[in-house]
Design a protein around this ligand. Structure first.
Ligand code: KG4
Ligand code: ZN
Length: 337
């Protein structure tokens, strides 16, 4: 019997549903929320309302596109956290109701674990192109920046964490200072390709071990802009591409230095990047260069599986299903895990 998982992701501002069969994606739909763009960040109350409006049509369409009938679903997997509580509640409530009405197992998934397991989504003809354990992954998203050690599909150890802001937050907040809409990461990425990464220098933190810090960079960027704008009110407009390239270079360097350190300290050369910021072209280029220099087997997920998506929840649900790790109807979402 094939194992078919209906997966639901609603931790932040994307409502996503996917159908995964035996580790292969049959459908993966994502409804984004334009409503936050002009606010410079996600507004939690607006996010949960948009999830409520989107969840049924998105799941319905994911089922239709997968060619799967409801009776084919083996289990339903959902994001338990971390994330915005109001947003998580929408996905969790739907998943619980769905599982209860069909009498199928319910599987709770840690969103961060899922970002990492996106590397194990099966692609026809490329089934062998997956990391071997132990595997090191740099997980960089809007809310988290971590280096994790995966010993198996379900055994994840955190080796390093951000002590303040996440890398995605650094992109988004600095982008906001330049007047970009949320999320600013992709905009900075595009602008950076036309700028000089050495044009400006920003503060890099000194943080012990494998931990990260980005709040100093944000402050240094803020003061830098404030001083330059005093001299020339058009400074940002005139230097947009160079500002983006220099900022991106600094963030990517902070991340890459720690990933290299983690590999040297553990002796592990199976390396991956994951999460929304892993879509960044500067980061992809930097880790590719390190991989070549250091003989890493490098894994970079397809762009569709970097930012929030339900396929990654589905693949994690699949491995939990195989291990019989099911949740009860009394499960509650958690903003922090
Ligand atoms: O993983 P994700 O979709 O959501 C969280 O779990 O947080 O990550 C969203 C983050 C945002 O901060 C966004 O600006 C960033 O990923 N991001 C990027 C790029 N694409 C998305 N940052 C830099 N360059 C990109 N191309
Ligand atoms: Zn995420």
């Amino acid at each position: 019997m094939p194992v078919t998982i209906l997966a639901i992701e609603s931790s932040c501002d994307d409502t996503s549903a996917a159908v995964i069969r035996d580790g292969y994606v049959l459908s993966n739909l994502i409804a984004g929320q334009e409503v936050h763009r002009s606010y410079g960040g996600v507004v939690p109350e607006l996010a949960s309302r948009a999830h409520q409006a989107n969840i049924v049509p998105v799941i319905d369409e994911a089922l239709k596109r997968s060619g799967t009938g409801i009776s084919d679903i083996s289990a339903v997997a959902f994001t338990r956290g971390p994330g915005l509580l109001g947003s998580l509640l929408v996905g969790a409530s739907f998943a619980k109701g769905f599982a209860l009405s069909l009498g199928i197992p319910l599987i709770e998934v840690n969103h961060l674990h899922a970002h990492v397991l996106a590397h194990f989504i099966k692609i026809k003809g490329r089934e062998d192109n997956v990391p071997l354990f132990p595997f090191l992954c740099l997980l960089v998203s809007g809310g988290h920046t971590r280096i994790v050690l995966m010993k198996s599909y379900l055994d994840m150890e955190v080796l390093g964490n951000t002590i303040d802001d996440a890398a995605g937050e650094a992109f988004d907040k600095c982008g906001k200072l330049m007047g970009f809409p949320y999320p600013a990461g992709p905009v900075i990425d595009r602008q950076a390709s036309e700028g000089n990464s050495k044009a400006f220098k920003f503060a890099k933190p000194s943080v012990k071990g494998l931990d990260f810090s980005f709040s100093g960079l944000k402050t240094s960027f803020l003061y830098f802009l404030r001083d330059r704008l005093k001299e020339d009110t058009d400074f940002i407009e005139k230097n947009k591409a160079d500002l983006c390239a220099s900022l991106q270079y600094t963030i990517v360097d902070i991340l890459t230095v720690k990933l290299v350190k983690a590999s040297l300290e553990t002796g592990i050369k199976q390396i991956g990047i994951a999460g929304g910021v892993s879509a960044n072209s500067g980061l992809r280029e930097a880790v590719r260069a390190e991989a070549e220099k250091r003989g890493w087997a490098l894994f970079i997920p397809a762009v569709d599986f970097t930012t929030d998506n339900a396929a990654m929840i589905g693949i994690t649900g699949y491995y939990k299903y195989l291990r019989g790790e099911f949740a009860g109807q009394d499960i509650t979402p958690l903003a922090r895990l």
